[in-house]
Design a binder for this molecule. Structure first.
Ligand SMILES: C[S@@+](CC[C@H](N)C(=O)[O-])C[C@H]1O[C@@H](n2cnc3c(N)ncnc32)[C@H](O)[C@@H]1O
Length: 198
């Protein structure tokens, strides 16, 4: 089963499963965007748009996702925001370099097959000085995580990878500097990470 197929099946239940547990960390992750002059912001892997209610109205948003059923829900959540939904692959973005002032990567780096490529693509489309806000679950570099690794061959096909080590993902993204990295949920399994494009 492809991720597009499984997320098409998950779409009607996604909000009930995910919204409440992730509300507080989303709000915290997105706080740096609140008091800023108008920006162009990419929400890469926007899903059903659970970030949208936490975003300020002055910016212009593009939300990209692989799954039309998820994007349809995101469109319904746009409220008064300037929001454009784009169907596409988070690892091969259909945007020119430096198109955005900021990017949001919430629960997408650990979902796509190639997270390093996804991060580098996101860095490519963000202008120098711009920011990338990450909220996701990662293994620590020295963590054994044997249960997560054992489940991973199945979970990565239907919903998410459980074996992604953020430090390894960041290794190739030499244009990025880590500004902050803090635990968010589940004893630090989920983290909030802010990056700056040099
Ligand atoms: C766990 S959901 C996260 C959605 C949203 N960012 C959030 O925080 O709720 C993962 C999303 O990634 C999308 N997705 C999976 N593979 C993708 C890819 N290669 N490119 C773009 N989106 C992808 C799925 O359709 C799904 O909407």
């Amino acid at each position: 089963m492809s991720l597009k197929h499984s997320y098409t099946l998950i779409a009607p239940f996604y909000d009930a499963l995910i919204a409440a547990a992730t509300r507080a960390p989303r709000r915290k992750s997105l706080a740096p965007l609140l008091a800023q002059a108008p920006l162009d912001v990419l929400i890469n892997g926007v899903g059903t748009g659970l970030d949208l209610p936490h975003l300020p109205a002055q910016h212009r948003y593009v939300g990209l996702d692989l799954t039309p059923g998820m994007l349809r829900r995101a469109r319904g959540r746009r409220g008064g925001l300037s929001f454009r939904a784009v169907e596409g692959d988070a690892q091969r973005l259909p945007f020119a370099g430096g198109s955005f002032d900021a990017a949001v990567l919430h629960l997408i780096l650990a979902v796509v097959p190639d997270p390093a490529h996804c991060l580098m693509e996101t860095a490519r489309v963000v202008r120098p000085g711009g920011s990338i806000l990450v909220f996701d679950k990662f293994l620590r570099p020295a963590e054994r995580g044997w249960l997560k690794k054992a489940l991973n061959p199945w979970t990565r096909r239907v919903a998410t990878r459980l074996d992604v080590v953020f430090e390894e993902v960041l290794e190739d993204a030499t244009s990025l500097t880590c500004l902050s990295d803090e635990p968010a949920l589940a004893g630090g399994w989920f983290r909030l990470i802010a990056l700056r494009k040099n």
